[in-house]
Design a protein around this ligand. Structure first.
Ligand code: C5P
Length: 290
């Protein structure tokens, strides 16, 4: 018996860090959007006990440190299931350590698949509660679509869906540690606060151009990504309505109304950026493949 899921990547249309919390995490205000770049996560019941992890990409740890392993362990604890034997296979397409929540998406895919495989009928809220024990972005990755995310990232509010568009993702070859990125915020602080109200108004009026005018991410103020300026320039030269970094980086995304423009930008970006993908917004975090 196995269940296969598509676990979607996310971008941050806006990301503000509002301060340091007493629990050591940071208080966030983010407008999140799921995009069509996805990993496939397949969970299968197997003979013998325990949790096995396999992955098509070298360098991803397939042990207890993997987010999918931790999510499965928390799922079984929550449901008081003590006898289990599963394998979780991850087929990675989302660039990792990229600011696209690839690992969190895999965790979300695992939880949704396990809920189906074991017939536990947990609600989305319950799955999010389990996911939050493992990572701050997992609740959003379970729910997906377009959301306002606050708190650690788990307090999700419904906002209007983004209009149809094309989103080009360009990930330069450097990796950014999320923990270190937040530590840099603690050290340097921010010099400017994104226009959160302006972005919310733009989102709620479904005005794509206004959304693109308000794209902003405080991490850009203190995380150095040498290729960022050039990537944004190529995106704009090819007709992007706006461009911004996602999460703690280094991925830069550009939003286009026109598919040909997006593809032309992607072709030019591929000459100097390793991972480039043309995506569209999606309304879910995880899809069960039938
Ligand atoms: O929750 P998650 O394990 O994905 O977070 C990775 C790191 O990012 C945390 O160890 C913490 O340093 C930082 N973080 C934070 N505030 C948040 C989310 C993450 O400081 N709201």
């Amino acid at each position: 018996m196995k269940v296969k899921t598509k676990a979607y990547a996310k971008i941050n249309l806006l990301l503000d860090i509002e301060g340091l919390r007493t629990d050591g995490y940071h208080e966030l205000f983010m407008i999140m959007q799921s995009v069509s770049a996805a990993d496939t996560v397949t969970v299968e019941k197997v003979r013998g006990g325990g949790i096995g992890v396999t992955c098509n990409v070298e360098g991803i740890p397939c042990d207890e440190s993997n987010i999918v392993y931790k999510c499965a362990r928390e799922f079984f604890r929550y449901n008081r299931i003590t006898r289990y034997g599963i394998n979780i296979d991850i087929n990675k397409r989302i660039p990792h350590a990229a600011g696209l929540a690839g690992g969190s998406a895999d965790g979300a895919g695992t939880l949704v698949a396990l809920n189906e495989l074991y017939g536990t009928e947990l609600s989305a809220d319950e799955l999010c509660e389990i996911g939050l024990k493992v990572g701050s972005d997992i609740p959003f990755c379970i729910v997906g679509g377009t959301k306002l995310a606050q708190g650690r990232g788990e307090v999700l509010s419904k906002v209007k869906p983004l209009r149809k568009c094309y989103i080009v993702l360009a990930k330069p070859e450097i990796s950014v540690s999320t923990g270190k990125a937040y530590a840099a915020f603690d050290e340097f602080g921010k010099s400017r606060t994104p226009d959160k109200l302006g972005m919310l108004c733009a989102v709620q009026s479904r005005d794509l151009r206004a959304v693109c005018d308000k794209l902003d991410n405080v991490f850009e103020q203190f995380i150095e990504v040498p290729a960022r300026v050039d990537i944004k320039q190529v995106m704009r030269d090819n007709g992007a309505l706006g461009a911004c970094m996602s999460g703690s980086g280094p991925t830069v995304f550009g939003i286009f109304e026109n598919k040909d423009d997006a593809e032309n930008a992607a072709a030019e970006l591929k000459t100097f950026v390793k991972d480039v993908l043309v995506t569209t917004p999606v309304s879910k975090g995880v899809k069960i493949c039938k």
